[in-house]
Design a binder for this molecule. Structure first.
Ligand code: HEC
Ligand code: HEC
Ligand code: HEC
Ligand code: HEC
Ligand code: HEC
Length: 458
């Protein structure tokens, strides 16, 4: 009741907003992470729409970004309501995740203690996801080193923190804050630890361990590219500033070519029945972290090789094994897996799903997540152990070899070998089972390369 009355007052005057938040400010102090749950009200935060009239470009850019849909996007809704919430209700060890998911996906809902928030079709304020006001009223992070699990300190109110000093706005106060320009700011949500103490998201950690900090390149430089524009419609001049594009794995123009490839055979002339070795190089040229990063349990990055002879016959080339521990999770297989989905959903007769939905023998650049029963899992919150990390690090090059015995009946002439590198946002058999829309499961061609050799007469 108290809440709905507040809502009316707030819409009357922006000034009242700051007065009303005083009560919750006292409760919130400088709490962060789990401690901040329920210390605020939705009304403490302005809607992104309220910023749109003056910050037009940023608003439109942001509308296209995943962070404006972090609660409403179909796969987020499905995973939260069909897997995480029922799993938390069944397993006391996981009880906390019901609130925790929203610490990053719908910070206002988490801070308001609205757990679980209404479903998306109810159009509650939880739908607003990671808003302008959420980011621009973060004033710091918890004191312990590495940021993770929503360890931002939220202080909603009149003051909006930004990168510059001395700006004036009729709608709000502005204050320069160095923290917003740091990768650690992003890390408060882009690093995550499971209830078992395992790093299940580590984008900022991977970045910090990689080559880019030394070059002075931040998350912002790649995901909020600098371009000239007006800070607001009231600004007097164009300035270079970081655009609010936040493109990531959902945007083809971001992932296309992020990994560069080249390959060659070990010699040019090969007789039918002989063996030729193809060497393929995959170079992470564009990402400031590993690829894949973030939702590593969901993503599939794999390379598919085919040779085509001079008569058009096609041969699939499986990758050569290297023999490292856990390698089987990096070579496509369609054996049954993902057994714990049944456990989360309360389906006792669940038999599992094919693991990859990728041609068997293809190399997958992956780090598998294992649940406490040592089964591979898609549920990062149920992760008790990580497998071998076989992803491609920033500026790292992976080398794969393919030993190809040219068939004794292969025709004389050119043999063309083609490598296609694909990216999927979600393991396809899992997505199909959970009825996640097709667009999330598509094979996205990230890059391609080919080479040739001659099949000659003996
Ligand atoms: C009535 C217009 C108006 C509205 C509405 C508005 N702003 Fe602003 N904002 C401005 C102006 C003007 C500036 C200063 C621009 C300049 O000096 O060029 C500014 C600057 C900023 C800055 C930069 C601060 C800094 O120190 O670098 C941030 C961040 C910001 N606004 C966030 C927001 C957010 C978040 C909202 C919505 C909750 C919002 N603004 C709503 C007009 C507005
Ligand atoms: C995920 C967090 C996040 C969200 C969401 C977000 N911003 Fe920002 N914003 C930033 C960061 C980070 C910067 C500073 C980038 C830099 O300069 O390094 C920034 C900078 C700004 C600036 C100052 C630009 C300048 O160069 O002076 C304004 C104004 C602004 N944001 C408004 C908005 C508005 C309006 C929205 C919603 C439509 C929004 N922001 C959403 C993180 C965010
Ligand atoms: C308050 C938490 C929060 C903060 C702070 C935050 N993010 Fe995010 N970010 C998220 C969430 C949650 C998602 C997932 C959206 C979804 O559900 O697909 C996301 C998604 C993204 C994506 C899209 C990834 C994709 O799969 O397409 C990019 C890019 C991104 N964030 C960059 C940044 C950068 C850069 C910063 C710092 C300037 C930042 N984020 C700060 C919570 C946050
Ligand atoms: C040198 C440029 C660069 C830097 C620095 C960088 N990124 Fe990225 N990022 C990329 C590229 C390119 C992609 C697309 C390839 C991919 O999906 O990994 C990407 C992808 C992402 C994704 C989507 C991953 C997925 O599979 O869903 C997120 C989230 C993200 N970055 C966040 C961050 C954060 C947070 C930081 C800082 C800690 C950061 N990035 C630093 C270039 C960069
Ligand atoms: C510490 C912050 C954090 C927590 C806690 C968190 N997430 Fe996320 N989540 C993110 C970020 C950041 C991304 C984007 C990473 C990327 O693009 O690879 C993401 C991505 C996702 C995605 C994939 C979105 C897509 O568009 O492909 C789903 C689904 C998801 N989270 C669900 C959940 C659920 C369910 C929970 C709770 C069990 C949860 N998350 C807890 C930060 C968090």
């Amino acid at each position: 009741m108290r809440k709905s009355r507040r809502l009316q007052w707030v819409s009357v005057s922006g000034l009242l907003l700051s007065l009303l938040s005083l009560g919750s400010t006292a409760r919130a102090a400088d709490k962060y992470g789990d401690e901040a749950e329920g210390t605020r009200n939705y009304d403490d935060f302005e809607r992104s729409r309220a910023c749109a009239s003056c910050h037009k470009d940023f608003y439109q850019q942001y509308q296209q970004a995943m962070m404006s849909q972090a609660y409403t996007h179909h796969w987020d809704e499905i995973e939260y309501f069909e897997l995480a919430v029922p799993h938390a209700d069944r397993n006391p060890k996981l009880a906390g995740i019901k609130a925790a998911c929203n610490g990053c996906h719908s910070p206002m809902a988490f801070l308001a203690g609205d757990t679980p928030p209404p479903r998306v079709d109810k159009k509650s304020r939880a739908n607003e996801s990671v808003t302008c006001d959420v980011c621009h009223t973060i004033k710091g992070k918890g004191p312990d080193g590495t940021p993770f699990n929503f360890s931002y300190i939220s202080s909603p109110g009149k003051t909006k923190y930004g990168p510059r000093a001395g700006l004036e706005s009729p709608h709000h106060n502005t204050k320069k804050l160095d923290f917003i320009r740091t990768p650690e700011f992003c890390g408060t949500c882009h690093n995550e630890k499971s209830p078992y103490g395992i790093w299940v998201k580590s984008t900022q950690i991977e970045y910090a361990e990689g080559p880019y900090p030394k070059m002075g390149l931040r998350c912002h430089d790649c995901h909020m590219p600098k371009a000239t524009g007006r800070i607001s419609s009231m600004s007097k001049e164009d300035l270079p500033m970081h655009q609010h594009i936040f493109f990531g794995a959902h945007v083809m123009s971001k992932i296309r070519g992020a990994i560069e490839m080249r390959m060659h055979p070990d010699r040019q002339d090969v007789e039918p029945g002989e063996t030729v070795k193809i060497k393929l190089y995959l170079f992470n040229a564009k990402a400031g972290h590993k690829i894949p990063t973030g939702s590593v349990e969901d993503r599939q990055l794999w390379v598919h090789l085919e040779a085509t002879d001079s008569k058009g016959q096609v041969y699939h080339l499986p990758v050569d094994k290297k023999g490292f521990p856990d390698e089987e999770t990096t070579i496509a297989s369609n054996e049954l897996a993902w057994f714990d989905l049944g456990e989360a959903m309360g389906k006792k007769d669940f038999k599992g799903l094919p693991r990859d939905g990728i041609p068997e023998g293809d190399r997958i650049f992956r780090m598998a997540y294992y649940n406490p029963k040592n089964q591979i899992t898609i549920m990062q919150w149920y992760t008790a152990r990580l497998g071998t990390d076989y992803r491609i690090g920033p500026l790292e090059t992976k080398v794969e070899t393919y030993t190809f015995k040219v068939p004794s009946r292969a025709p004389i002439g050119k043999m063309t070998v083609k490598a296609n590198l694909y990216y999927r946002l979600l393991v396809k058999p899992v997505g199909e089972f959970l009825k996640v829309p097709e667009e999330e499961l598509a094979d996205r061609l990230m890059n391609e390369v080919s080479t040739t050799f001659e099949v000659i007469d003996d």
